[in-house]
Write a protein that binds this ligand. Structure first.
Ligand code: NAD
Ligand code: TYD
Length: 334
């Protein structure tokens, strides 16, 4: 298949591109703004694949999208601002990319009657104390990030209903694995533990996330692209739920870090307590997750330990400023 993958230089997008090129022989063009989170290195092992191109451009730029589309048969859209904490302090880019950018892609897909697969998140449903969200659960986003993702999902659904656009939505739970920018919980804790730095747990650390290994999400998206019913939403939840503190304690064990590095700091405003997705519908397409949390954390720690080539440039760049801005005062105040 010939695919336009937007946001394909980020964490999940690059894992998806690799899986499609290596597992299906797809020809992939990536359109990516290459923000702090988008990195050419994430795609270096597919850079020479037949038909592969990485184009630098934003999804909200109609001309860049038209140029990138070429003779693609489908668009898969990962492009987004993705970090909840950044959405709390700097929400503008979230509205711009996640909502307005999605609209530009939908218009391009509508003009061409193209297949469109939209990558979304469990955070559009908000927090759930017991049980799991299904695809028909109401949307109740808590953070600006989640709200812009929910807005985009509603736009996609409106294009399905109004224009009969052959679109599908995949709502994934928390992903982890290789190539994840170290602002998110697991890579932040792994790199901090490897460097003997504080491990900042928000509040009591008993918030629960439904962990999904990134290659499992990539394969679920492939199932939806290839076999998903047009117009449908598919939840993709990981096989295990775990409180944050237990995840951090496991990382401490695996890295041999000092447990005294764990610091409870002030909680995130509006912090969702628990996420949980029912994945019955996507399992009906033949998808099964392959990686349990225990194994996935071990693989992730091993990858970060063996990949200083990947994280050294990150830790010396924008990330350092973000870290100081976000954690500096909280850690020194405790
Ligand atoms: P990421 O932050 O690692 O990557 C996002 C990518 O989008 C980067 O390559 C970035 O450069 C690019 N991008 C940002 N703004 C752009 C724009 N205006 N135009 C073009 N490209 C732009 O994010 P990720 O974790 O890989 O998430 C990918 C998608 O999956 C997002 O839509 C996110 O909402 C969704 N998702 C993420 C998770 C998770 O746990 N990380 C879970 C479920 C769903
Ligand atoms: P995160 O990786 O930001 O994903 P999300 O907010 O999309 O779930 O955070 C995962 C969980 O870890 C969330 O409950 C917030 C918590 N967390 C911390 O306790 N400390 C941190 O430094 C970070 C980044 C997250």
């Amino acid at each position: 298949m010939r695919l336009l993958v937007c946001g394909g230089a980020g964490f999940i997008g690059s894992n998806f591109v690799r899986a499609r090129i290596e597992g299906h022989g797809d020809e992939v063009v990536v359109l990516d703004k290459l923000t702090y989170a988008g990195r050419r290195e994430n795609l270096q092992d597919v850079a020479e694949a037949p038909g592969f191109r990485l184009l630098h451009g934003a999804i909200e730029d109609r001309e860049a999208v038209a140029r990138a589309l070429g003779d693609a048969e489908a668009i898969v859209n990962f492009a987004a601002e993705t970090h909840v904490d950044r959405s709390i302090t700097e929400p503008d880019a979230f509205v711009q990319t996640n909502w307005l950018g999605t609209h530009v892609l939908l218009e391009a897909a509508r003009e061409r009657g193209m297949r469109y697969v939209h990558i979304s998140t469990d955070e559009v449903y908000g927090s759930i104390d017991d049980g799991s969200f299904t695809e028909s659960s109401p949307l109740a986003p808590s953070s600006p990030y989640a709200a812009t993702k929910a807005g985009a999902d509603l736009l996609v659904s409106s294009y399905v209903h109004t224009y009969d656009l052959p679109a599908s939505i995949c709502r994934g739970s928390n992903n982890y694995g290789p190539y994840q920018y170290p602002e998110k919980l697991i890579p932040l804790m792994v790199l901090s533990a490897l460097h003997g730095e504080p491990l900042p747990v928000y509040g009591d650390g008993l918030q629960v996330r439904n962990w999904l290994y990134v290659t499992d999400f990539a394969s679920a998206i492939g199932h939806v692209l290839d076999h998903g019913v047009r117009g449908e939403v598919y939840n993709v939840g990981g096989p295990d739920e775990c409180p944050n503190l237990e995840v951090v304690e496991r990382i401490v064990e695996l890295t041999g870090a000092d447990p005294a590095l764990i610091e409870h700091i002030r909680d995130r405003p509006g912090h969702d307590r628990r996420y949980s997705l029912s994945s019955e519908k996507v399992r009906g397409l033949g998808w099964e997750p392959q990686v349990r949390l225990q194994q996935g954390i071990e693989q992730t720690v091993a990858w970060y330990r063996d990949s200083p080539w990947w994280w050294e440039p990150i830790r010396s760049g924008e990330y350092r400023q973000y870290y100081e801005r976000h954690y500096g005062r909280a850690l020194s105040a405790d």
